[in-house]
Design a protein. Structure first.
Length: 125
């Protein structure tokens, strides 16, 4: 088994609904995102997948979030834009693009600060 990881980032504002505390107010983060794929083996070019392919897909997805008010995006109108749900959003989109029999997205971490993140772990390990 092999794992590869890419790291990217975006900036966005949000607030948490049905929450009592500082995060119920509008505020922003410079998010860091970690995307990890696992492969049973290597492809014909001796890679799990080209890093560039994963980086580009992640950048394209994060461009939808970058410099937005997350609460206004359709996905986050029905769920809170928490770190957990941001990780889930990224997982759902990236796994749909990359998962196959030989490789899959295994986890996504969304860091809202240097010392706090939420990670979504795929059922398929």
């Amino acid at each position: 088994m092999f794992e590869i990881k890419i790291i990217s980032d975006f900036a966005a504002a949000h607030n948490l609904r049905n929450f009592r505390g500082r995060c119920e107010n509008l505020h922003g983060h410079n998010w860091k995102v970690e995307v990890v794929l696992r492969g049973r083996g290597l492809n014909q070019t001796d890679m799990v997948i080209d890093f560039g392919e994963v980086k580009q897909a992640t950048r394209d997805l994060l461009a939808r979030l970058d410099h937005t008010y997350l609460n206004e995006l359709p996905y986050f109108q029905i769920r809170n834009p928490s770190s957990e749900n941001i990780a889930l959003y990224l997982y759902e989109n990236l796994s749909a693009q990359f998962d196959n029999e030989d490789r899959w997205v295994v986890r996504i971490s969304a860091w809202e600060s240097k010392d706090a993140c939420a990670t979504y772990l795929a059922d398929r390990q």
